[in-house]
Ligand binder design. Structure first.
Ligand SMILES: NC(=O)c1ccc[n+]([C@@H]2O[C@H](COP(=O)([O-])OP(=O)(O)OC[C@H]3O[C@@H](n4cnc5c(N)ncnc54)[C@H](OP(=O)(O)O)[C@@H]3O)[C@@H](O)[C@H]2O)c1
Length: 247
């Protein structure tokens, strides 16, 4: 268990399943209080119950990242119950363009993707920033993807070059990477660190379970990257195998 000085209040968006839920388990087992962000209260309660049954400190918080009212309400609940937030993990994400070319993808699918993967992060981050400012060491981890790296998108020699055609997903993660750097810059003087995280290619609902790693391995990588992000400089982009991604 962590000591009181190291005990953190952590909110993870989209933590009902997949990498978000696995990250929640990792951080709860490390002794932190984990708030399971869930757009569906029943799925959130079920995910939290799975952790509390193991004696862990977890509870569900209703949060649809595309609905600013739920972000405001979540911030109000966390303010009333805990008075601060130490770590925000912007994990909720969607992929609507799997196996579709840019010209096959309706613009509505691009908008929907951005609503969650980009605008949702702004909504949640801005709603929670006043509480992160109450932390002694505020941290924001944005769960991004190497598929959003410009270095990858511009590299025809990449072994996963076929995935460079995902118009909505890849460009939304590129935008998320830019948001990460802008928030890191804007919050530099506040002491709140902001970094982009990468869980590796994990078998989850998002990709039809085509990933090579399990969601649990992804959760372990995100937990490790959060620890490194807390200890290191702001504005990093972590590689799943260790070290940093080129932006
Ligand atoms: N899987 C990979 O290989 C991989 C690689 C790199 C990065 N990532 C990133 O990792 C993150 C988690 O993905 P995953 O693979 O674990 O996918 P997943 O199993 O499909 O989980 C996605 C989570 O996001 C939630 N979510 C979706 N829209 C939401 C909204 N509007 N408000 C709140 N929650 C919402 C889902 O909730 P519901 O239960 O309500 O649907 C679910 O909990 C994503 O940001 C993804 O881009 C994944």
């Amino acid at each position: 268990m962590t000591t009181a000085a190291h005990h953190r209040i952590v909110l993870i968006t989209g933590a009902t399943k997949g990498i978000g839920l696995a990250t929640a388990g990792e951080l709860a087992r490390a002794g932190h209080t984990v708030l399971i962000g869930a757009r569906d209260p029943e799925r959130g309660a079920a995910a939290a119950a799975g952790l509390t049954a193991q004696g862990l400190d977890a509870r569900a918080v209703r949060l649809d990242v595309t609905d600013p009212a739920t972000a405001t309400a979540a911030a109000g609940l966390i303010a009333a119950e805990y008075g601060r937030l130490d770590t925000l993990v912007n994990n909720a994400g969607v992929a609507r363009d799997w196996r579709r070319t840019p010209e096959e993808l309706p613009v509505e699918a691009v908008r929907e993707t951005y609503e969650t993967n980009v605008f949702g992060v702004v909504t949640v981050t801005n709603a929670l920033l006043p509480l992160l400012r109450e932390s002694a060491a505020g941290l924001i981890g944005n769960v991004s993807s190497g598929l959003g790296s410009f270095s990858f998108l511009a590299d025809p020699d990449s072994p996963v070059w076929e995935h460079a055609t995902l118009l909505a997903y890849n460009s939304s993660k590129a935008a998320l990477n830019a948001l990460t750097l802008v928030y890191a810059r804007a919050l530099r003087d506040s002491g709140i660190k902001v970094s982009a995280l990468e869980p590796g290619y994990c078998a989850t609902d998002l990709n039809g379970h085509s990933g090579h790693s399990s969601a649990e391995e992804g959760g372990r990588r995100i937990a490790r990257q959060l620890a490194e992000a807390a200890a290191g400089p702001t504005g990093a982009f972590f590689h799943p195998e260790g070290g940093r991604y080129a932006w």
